[in-house]
Design a protein around this ligand. Sequence first.
Ligand code: NAD
Ligand code: DAU
Length: 333
Amino acid sequence: MKLLVTGGAGFIGPHFIRHVLQKYPTYSVVNVDKLTYAGNLENLRDVEADPRYRFVHGDICEAAAVREAARGVDAILNFAAESHVDRSILGADEFLKTDVVGTFTLLEAARELKIPRYVQVSTDEVYGSIDRGAFRESAPPKPTNPYSATKAGADLLVSAYWTTHRLPVLITRSSNNFGPNQYPEKVIPLFITNALEDRPLPLYGDGKNVRDWLYVVDNCAAIDLVLRAGVPGEIYNIGGGTEVENIVLTRQILRLLGKPESLIQRVTDRPGHDRRYALDCHKIRALGWKPGHDFGAALAETVRWYREHEAWWRPIKSGEFKAYYARQYVDRA
Ligand code: NAD
Ligand code: DAU
């Protein structure tokens, strides 16, 4: 099987590429990535010499480049996106381009080239916040921030290509991923690396927002299963089943690092901050998936990875991230 993976140089993409190359000796992967601030070829060093892997530096909004890369593949998996909520609050242009227009460009290529399978990697954020219970796949999208709105727009377009064109699409909606190689703008790597630097951990609002954490390799196994066994036209929720309040998560990180709680700094809340995400995962479980990692052990492993890979995150934090972070706090003040 030959796969086109887009956005394969970010956080989840490299884990997925590694997963398929290790698990399936006959699979090959073409990875199209624009290498935005979030793309990092260091995340793929261990696979780059594999003859079954090929990297193409390209933008999913460019139709000709997409068509060229997609020719002859058995499936497209679209991981490429602008993915950080706080950045979408600062400015949403790139989110509209990549998340919506980029998805459209890929769908058109898939339609024209009659690609047998298209997987859209989406998010639980499209449902919006839920106080009690959990969202099923049939719940209507109710996104609340520019990032989730563009992801929801993309999902609607993907579903429309099934209804209208019978393009064999599948959508995965996962909860918050964490693990090695996550860009340190997201809360877990931000808090781990800030604590390692003895810097404050900026906790938004009352710290009681809840996220359902999913170890990244478990998400990759689920996406692989959806690719192979999912029913075209269907949506699959993928949740870790571990709901944690941000303040509890923050204390857990500090404990794992042996750092004091005095590093916690309460800051102004994120505008439009969703209170709680929760997914009903009966459908993906019926396909035979469940999370394979315990949250506490996976968090400890993630903390260990950042501790041992300063050479990966220090250049990021003193480079692009620094300017973004300063801008974010000036904007919110
Ligand atoms: P990421 O921001 O770490 O990586 C995104 C990748 O896409 C980067 O390599 C970037 O260079 C690339 N990219 C951006 N614009 C592009 C374009 N126009 N053309 C080609 N490549 C482009 O994101 P991630 O955390 O790895 O998330 C991957 C996907 O999973 C996204 O679609 C995201 O919405 C979704 N998702 C993420 C999470 C999470 O917790 N991280 C949870 C649910 C869903
Ligand atoms: O739910 C899936 C989504 O998870 C993905 O679709 C997104 O791509 C991914 O970025 C993530 O979105 P969140 O907004 O939930 O993740 P983030 O790491 O930005 O924030 C997690 C929680 O931590 C959230 O409640 C906000 C809070 N937070 C975040 C940051 C960056 C803080 O309290 N302080 C911070 O500095």
